[in-house]
Design a protein around this ligand. Structure first.
Ligand SMILES: C[S@@+](CC[C@H](N)C(=O)[O-])C[C@H]1O[C@@H](n2cnc3c(N)ncnc32)[C@H](O)[C@@H]1O
Length: 235
């Protein structure tokens, strides 16, 4: 299992048509994914012309893609009329800035535009090492921190977003993290009801922000609902 396969399975099983990706980089997930309407957001796309052309030939859906070169905060703030026109998003893949605060913001903003039967998938929810889980404000900052055992892989503390969502919205949201591809978080609405209070619980945020990778390793099942793909209900 990897992120592309998981996303494609969700599209195929649920006949999803409207996909949004936060953080598309080289287009390695965006372009091969087969879905009718795809929207991509990234302040620094790195899609090469040859990679684009190859995937346009293999997957003509890519002709309809829309690209927004901006941060996710700018996108959700400035592109409301685009989002309204596009209609509910069925599948939103969050793989932008790998901090607790940014990824939580991305989920809360995404929930607003999510179809009641849709799903949010977050990458990097179960980092493979303490080095990969280092909290930092960017990959560049993490890479410059002289972290022992640094391999270049950076998941940051996105896992805290899952821990926060689980504590704050345990009833309203259905949350799992598939133990594959550095942790693939799946967030769906329980009872298809998109009526959750999106105000930040600052006390809970601070409590979870103070947690460490050691806490995550001690009990990933209870903290982030870590499971195998076949254990995810309804997928
Ligand atoms: C790990 S890469 C994404 C990989 C891609 N999703 C894939 O599967 O191939 C992370 C991307 O997030 C982008 N990014 C960083 N900060 C962001 C932000 N605030 N909003 C949206 N994207 C951001 C970076 O420019 C980078 O291209």
């Amino acid at each position: 299992m990897n992120r592309l396969k998981l996303l494609q399975d969700l599209v195929d099983q649920n006949k999803y048509e409207n996909f949004l990706e936060i953080g598309s980089h080289k287009g390695k997930t965006l372009l091969p994914l087969r879905c009718k309407f795809k929207t991509a957001v990234d302040p620094a796309f790195r899609i090469s012309p040859s990679f684009f052309l190859k995937h346009l030939y293999q997957n003509p859906d890519n002709l309809r893609n829309r690209y927004f070169m901006m941060t996710s905060d700018q996108f959700f703030d400035q592109k409301k009329s685009y989002l309204k026109k596009k209609g509910n998003m069925h599948l939103i893949f969050i793989d932008g800035l790998h901090t607790f605060e940014a990824s939580l913001n991305d989920v809360l903003n995404s929930l607003y535009w999510l179809d009641p039967k849709g799903a949010i998938v977050l990458h990097d929810c179960f980092p493979p090492s303490e080095a990969a889980a280092t909290p930092a404000t960017s990959l560049k900052e993490a890479a410059g921190m002289n972290i022992p055992d640094w391999s270049g892989t950076w998941c940051g503390d996105v896992w805290k977003t899952i821990a926060y969502l689980k504590k704050r919205y345990g009833e309203a949201l259905n949350i799992n993290v598939v133990n594959a591809d550095m942790g693939l978080g799946i967030v769906r609405l329980n009872n298809n009801q998109n009526k959750i209070d999106k105000d930040l619980d600052r006390g809970l945020f601070s409590k979870i922000n103070a947690m460490s990778y050691v806490d995550l390793q001690k009990n990933p099942q209870s903290l982030i609902n870590l499971c195998e793909f076949h254990e995810v209900p309804g997928v």
